[in-house]
Write a protein that binds this ligand. Structure first.
Ligand code: CIR
Length: 253
């Protein structure tokens, strides 16, 4: 899939008030902004035009824009995030997406976070997690099925979101932690399995033939180098402290 645009949101000063399960400490705001700017440069280097939104007061996780929408070539599905504290993030994302796509919304009782959705061409892998429930998955599946797409669900028993652990690194190739590697829903894909000690590196981004991976995971880097694509490493330490990473910081379409 070729992408032309990305939407991101600059982190706000309340960054450290977001939801986290990590015990890595408090994120440093200045450092987070440096890492965010490096991330935007990497997206631009992949040929994307960027829309960068201002911080959203009162929503310390709002820069993790990936969770607020699922953007396909045909439609933008605006989510109903599973965490109550994040539900108010979606209105401004819907406004930002309207110039690009028709939008529909996931309705309660359905909940869905974009971090649980992996598009493999026209097939959608939908993680069922603490944030995404079966009703939300069904609504997304029905929305994309209208455009000829197919979908399947997979339980997320490890990590926050499905894409915390599994991402596309080729049209038919997944980078995955061992937790998901043998699940039958993924059986049709070639799988590159990362070592458990490098699980965070599962959150790697493929954009227009380039791979962007978190810095500091040498085993995973060696495995990805065999794919022969340009590889960019970015420091995501401050976002990791808030359970975030590379995929969550943008919507790409
Ligand atoms: C949250 O718990 O919602 C945020 N602190 C982190 C969200 C990360 N999003 C993602 O992986 N797609």
């Amino acid at each position: 899939m070729t992408f032309t645009h990305a939407i991101a949101r600059r982190p706000g000063r309340e960054l450290a008030d977001g939801i986290t399960t990590s015990s890595l400490g408090t994120p440093d705001y200045a450092r987070a902004l440096e890492q965010f700017d490096a991330y935007l440069s990497a997206l631009a280097d992949c040929g994307l035009s960027l829309t960068v939104l201002a911080p959203l007061d009162g929503y310390p996780d709002a820069h993790f824009v990936e969770d607020a929408a699922v953007v396909t070539p045909d439609i933008a599905v605006v989510t109903n995030p599973g965490a109550d504290a994040r539900k108010g993030e979606v209105a401004s994302i819907e406004t930002a997406l309207r110039p690009f796509r028709d939008t529909v919304r996931i309705q309660p009782p359905g909940t869905l976070d974009g971090g649980d959705i992996l598009m493999m061409g026209s097939h959608f892998l939908i993680g069922l997690s603490d944030r995404t429930n079966a009703a939300g998955a069904r609504q997304l599946g029905n929305a994309v099925a209208r455009f000829g797409c197919t979908w399947a669900t997979i339980p997320v028993d490890a990590g926050l979101h499905f894409k915390s652990s599994v991402n596309a690194v080729g049209p038919e190739t997944l980078l995955t932690t061992p937790d998901f590697a043998e699940h039958p829903v993924l059986a049709g894909y070639k799988r590159i399995v990362i070592s458990p000690k490098e699980a965070y590196a599962g959150n790697t981004l493929l954009i227009n033939g380039k791979l962007i991976m978190p810095a500091g995971y040498p085993d995973t880097r060696s495995k990805l180098q065999t794919l022969g694509m340009p590889l960019v490493e970015l420091d995501t330490s401050e976002f990791r402290k808030m359970d975030g990473g590379l995929t969550c910081l943008s919507l790409r379409f």
